[in-house]
Write a protein that binds this ligand. Structure first.
Ligand code: RP5
Length: 183
């Protein structure tokens, strides 16, 4: 039984939304993944959401570009949490999808993440964090992931400080040799 259902509006979205599926898989979370469109296949969206509810899916993720109504359409069909990923498609570069996904009317919440690949990654983490509320093992994996991320940033800062110190030492040596030459 999958814990997450990911829907994406078109196969042209797959290069971005695959990140959500892969990140969930890396965390040991099972997901079903389908192409279904709020505009082109509205009945199929309802069917998939209803079937997923019956199968015990706990969190829904919906990704779409353009006038992106998929996350809203999913939210209309379930009271379980819905995460919306706005995608950049067409002439407006994702601003259209962001507005369409984020600006849901009162009573129909969609947790909207950032546009494109950042959002595809964060949607997986947010779904995982929701599931982790009732799953101590998953909560521990989420803490590990956060700790690894922290350690990575600290290592990058350490490398920067070493580089800056090396640059300063090199400059000081140059200044000293110039002073000696000019004396
Ligand atoms: C949206 O329209 C899809 O999510 C996709 O981002 C965009 C373009 O779809 P295609 O014309 O490439 O199928 O519904």
């Amino acid at each position: 039984m999958a814990d997450v259902l990911i829907l994406t509006g078109s196969d042209s979205d797959l290069p971005v939304v695959q990140e959500t599926f892969d990140t969930l898989a890396g965390l040991g979370i099972t997901a079903e993944f389908h192409v279904a469109s709020a505009h082109r296949t509205p009945e199929r969206v309802r069917e998939l959401v209803s079937q997923a509810e019956d199968d015990g899916v706990k969190v829904f993720v919906a990704a779409a570009g353009g006038a992106a109504h998929l996350a809203g359409a999913v939210a209309a069909a379930t009271t379980r949490p819905v995460i919306g990923i706005p995608l950049a498609a067409g002439a407006l570069g994702g601003v259209d999808a962001l507005y369409a996904t984020v600006n849901m009317p009162p009573g129909m919440p969609v947790a909207t993440v950032s546009v494109g690949t950042w959002g595809a990654y964060n949607a997986a983490l947010l779904a995982a964090q929701m599931l982790a509320v009732g799953d101590d093992d998953l909560a521990a994996r989420m803490r590990d992931l956060r700790n690894e991320q922290t350690a990575k940033v600290l290592r990058k800062d350490e490398a920067l400080q070493e580089q800056l110190a090396a640059n300063a030492a090199e400059k000081a040596a140059q200044d000293t040799s110039e002073e000696a030459a000019n004396a």
